[in-house]
Design a protein around this ligand. Structure first.
Ligand SMILES: Nc1nc2c(ncn2[C@@H]2O[C@H](COP(=O)(O)OP(=O)(O)OP(=O)(O)O)[C@@H](O)[C@H]2O)c(=O)[nH]1
Ligand SMILES: [Mg+2]
Length: 423
């Protein structure tokens, strides 16, 4: 996972350093978190008399034989003192826990790579959890491959590109006939359920059988130069970024004993439908990390998590400069992302929150520039050359300009979130 960083420093906005090649992202070094004291350092309490733990301590200090007849006012006083001690102990424990933990939110529009960053963290710090989910990803991979070829098939019509081999029309029809079935098999968040959001019914065996039936059609279509042309020029055909990766791997992923690799998991696309909570212990600090669904209709679920946030990772896809929003075809994706960044960066609850901005999908961005997609066609105010360094700096500045507090630190990383880290 490439990254480069630079604070949007106290000297004013836009002072971030520009894209380059940095090391792997270290959350603990990116955030101002104190890690000097221990978690759960208060001793456990026990007892069944109804007295508070503090009262137990006081009672234990009184020699039994010397206790006079019960004086109710003295008892009340002792109880009040014990409660005060307990309150102080609790506050101290909470303070210690807070010092040793950090709450992070990963925010941003849909498909910017929020869940992918989380998967990277799991690969680095919670591999066990990912291994438990590995088999589930088999279905996701199969669905992703089917959806990719389907999007390209529809894209062919949208872009008015003919098939190279007319005999492939039969495969095109097979793929398109499966549209409603595929919709039914959409997978929602892996490993997390929010009772407020119904999960779609899924059937792993049916999905795999359907995929295996489709393999000949997928292979024939993907080899057709008409489909390849559609892949190259179709920017608004709703194609996931992992399309090529999975379509190139059809032989491997259709093996009977196929088990998804780490790369497959990073590339697999599962739309997040709710807010999911994850825990990571990194350098003795407990990170509570929240991954949210980025679709517009799901942003109403974010607000309840806005209290006591230590840091925000805001994800933007650099490659989205020439795409429109899924929910509104008239809206440019990156412009919509900038508007969202404005509302988050200037939110009153985040006045003292550390901010990390990930300008993600640099690989796709580079590929688009190489293929001739012009930044100027979507941002008319841009008059620089259509190269990576200048164009990415320009797009980055669109974000930094949004911060009303010019002293706010915004640490930027230019990332390729599907690239594996070597720790
Ligand atoms: N090529 C490339 N693909 C990426 C990159 N980052 C993420 N992806 C892919 O983009 C797709 C979407 O990524 P997700 O992490 O699911 O996006 P998200 O922001 O969680 O989306 P929602 O859950 O809908 O909010 C996945 O197929 C990822 O593998 C990247 O840097 N480069
Ligand atoms: Mg997600």
């Amino acid at each position: 996972m490439d990254s480069s960083a630079g604070p949007h420093g106290a000297s004013g906005p836009n002072s971030s350093s520009l894209p380059g090649n940095g090391g792997p992202i270290s959350l603990s070094s990116s955030l101002p978190i104190n890690s000097s004291s221990a978690l759960n350092s208060s001793p456990p309490h026990s007892g069944s008399s109804g007295l508070t733990p503090g009262a137990h301590a006081i009672a234990a200090a009184q020699p039994l034989a010397a206790q006079p007849k019960v004086d109710r006012s003295e008892l009340r006083k002792a109880k009040a003192i014990s409660e005060a001690i307990d309150k102080a102990l609790r506050a101290d424990k909470e303070r210690l826990q807070k010092e040793r933990s950090a709450k992070l939110l990963i925010l941003g529009p849909s498909e910017t790579g929020k869940t992918t960053v989380l998967k990277q963290l799991k690969l680095l710090y919670g591999r066990k959890g990912l291994d438990v989910e590995r088999q589930t990803y088999r279905r996701v991979v199969h669905l992703n491959a089917m959806k990719a070829i389907q999007a390209l098939s529809y894209g062919l019509q949208k872009c008015n590109i003919p098939l190279e081999k007319p005999e492939n029309i039969v495969h095109l029809e097979t793929v398109m006939r499966l549209e409603t079935t595929l919709k039914r098999y959409s997978i929602t968040s892996i490993g997390f359920t929010n009772p407020a959001i119904p999960r779609k019914i899924t059937d792993a065996k049916a999905e795999t059988d359907m995929f295996l039936d489709m393999v000949p059609a997928i292979k024939a279509l993907w080899a057709d130069t008409g489909i390849q042309e559609c892949y190259r020029v179709g920017t608004n055909i709703n194609l996931q970024d992992s399309a090529q990766y999975f379509l190139d791997s059809v032989d491997r992923i259709s093996e009977p004993d196929y088990v998804p690799t780490d790369d497959d998991i990073l590339q697999a696309r599962v739309r997040t439908l709710a807010v999911s909570e994850h825990y990571f212990n990194i350098d003795s600090v407990l990170y509570k990390i929240y991954d949210v669904g980025g679709q517009k209709s799901l942003r109403k679920y974010w607000a309840p998590y806005f209290d006591d946030v230590d840091g925000i990772i805001f994800m933007a896809a650099l490659s989205s400069f020439d795409q429109c929003c899924e929910e509104d075809e008239r809206m440019n994706r990156m412009k919509e992302c900038v508007v969202l960044f404005n509302s988050i960066a200037n939110h009153k609850l985040f006045a003292d929150t550390a901010f990390i901005l990930f300008m993600n999908k640099i690989d796709v961005f580079q590929r688009k520039l190489d293929a001739g997609s012009l930044v100027k066609s979507h941002f008319s105010e841009y008059d620089g050359p259509n190269d990576y360094a200048t164009a990415s700096a320009f797009l980055h500045s669109r974000f930094l300009q949004q911060c009303k507090d010019t002293a706010k630190q915004i640490y930027t990383h230019f990332t390729h979130a599907t690239m594996q880290n070597t720790k």
